[in-house]
Ligand binder design. Structure first.
Ligand code: GTP
Ligand code: MG
Length: 358
């Protein structure tokens, strides 16, 4: 799982990265011209995991991890450049950090601070990149179809032509319902405007009272799969680097109800269409993130490929029931554990023991 932070220069991307990474990474801006990528595997906090793990104090608690990637700033109009595109294509979800703070010491490349404009421009840039890939594939398909009749290629061409028209009409590809039987034609593509997208507005200090109502800072974006979140990078970073127990006091004083990391990680699975399940192993209690609707046998594969291959049954209990009953053994004795087969779609909050033959 890869969450990629990107955006125009000097908007607060690395600050946002550090907020998520818990300020373990040294705060420093990129040196000009040095375009390395910061990556950090972040444990996804989960109260439910804490509650389940508390039943087994002798076992290690292991959180599901999300790779957070921090890219260098991209100049206006440059998203289409090859190197940047390739980095964006690797993402499972995108966080676009948007300049909202007003600070004359850090000039905005367009000469004005207007988050709504930057959001619109960036969405256009993502759509344009998809348009270019569609165009080049369509050109090739048209040539091939002229040479030899190929019904599959014709179906692909019709779908891609439809998508191109949608893009021309100003829609992002994530807004478009694509029937299951047509999805196979899209496997070779990694469309940017189809990825879940969060616009994270790095708001001005004076806007702190509005952080929990981002729609008052920028208009709510249209379409499914896009969210807006507001944070105040500078102040929150200063609070995070305070020593000791002062952090909560300062957060409260500034009227910041929750840290950016807490807000992002709580909503992340929902944004990405993922669910969390838990396992209680010999030595570890763990959380796992998988796509919503994943069948039990594939969830088993997330734990270990041998378990997927030798899958027999999944023993399943909802986390609340396990916590109420106190242990898996107690749950078994009460007949509270269900046996599910290969195709069982894993539900959010399931605690699962996979039976398998090695
Ligand atoms: N005034 C103010 N400055 C900020 C804020 N957030 C970040 N900055 C400053 O803006 C500069 C850039 O912050 P970074 O987090 O490095 O921004 P970036 O988007 O990663 O920058 P590049 O990677 O160089 O494109 C730094 O000097 C920060 O101190 C903010 O909320 N308010
Ligand atoms: Mg940076």
């Amino acid at each position: 799982m890869n969450l990629t932070i990107f955006g125009y220069p000097k908007t607060g991307k690395t600050t946002f990265f550090n907020l998520l990474a818990g300020a373990q990474i040294e705060v420093k801006a990129y040196d000009d011209g040095k375009k390395d990528v910061h990556v950090h595997a972040c444990p996804v906090p989960d109260d439910r995991l804490d509650r389940v793990a508390a039943l087994y104090p002798e076992k290690k608690k292991v959180h599901a991890l999300v790779d957070i990637v921090d890219l260098a700033g991209v100049s206006f109009g440059e998203v289409k450049s090859g190197a940047y595109l390739n980095l964006l294509r690797k993402a499972d979800a995108l966080v676009h950090v948007v300049r909202g703070f007003r600070d004359p010491a850090i000039p905005h490349p367009a000469g004005r601070v207007n988050p709504a404009d930057d959001i619109r421009t960036m969405e256009e840039e993502l759509a344009l990149a998809d348009f270019v890939s569609l165009e080049s594939r369509l050109e090739k398909l048209d040539k091939d179809i002229k040479k030899a009749k190929d019904p599959e290629a014709e179906k692909e061409r019709d779908l891609l032509a439809r998508l191109r028209a949608d893009l021309e009409g100003g829609r992002a590809l994530r807004e478009i319902e694509i029937p299951h039987f047509e999805e196979k034609h899209l496997r070779g593509f990694t469309f940017l405007s189809r990825k879940p997208l969060i616009h994270a507005v790095n708001a001005d200090e004076t806007d702190i009272p509005r952080l929990n109502a981002p729609e008052t800072l920028v208009p709510a974006p249209a379409g499914r799969g896009v969210r807006v979140l507001a944070f105040c990078g500078k102040i929150e970073m200063e609070i995070l680097t305070l020593e000791g127990g002062d952090k909560a006091v300062f957060m409260e004083e500034y009227g910041m109800k929750e840290s950016t990391a807490a807000r992002v990680f709580r909503d992340l699975p929902g944004w990405l269409g993922e669910v969390t399940f838990f396992t209680v192993g010999k030595d570890e209690v763990r959380s796992w993130l998988i796509s919503d609707g994943t069948p039990a046998v594939r969830a088993a594969g997330a734990v270990h490929s041998d378990i997927e291959h030798g899958f027999i049954r999944a023993e399943v209990i909802a986390w609340q029931d396990l916590v109420r009953l106190g242990s898996l053994q107690a749950a078994k004795d009460k007949g509270a554990i269900r046996l599910e087969g290969k195709d069982y779609p894993v539900r959010d909050g399931d605690v699962i023991y996979f039976r398998f033959s090695p």
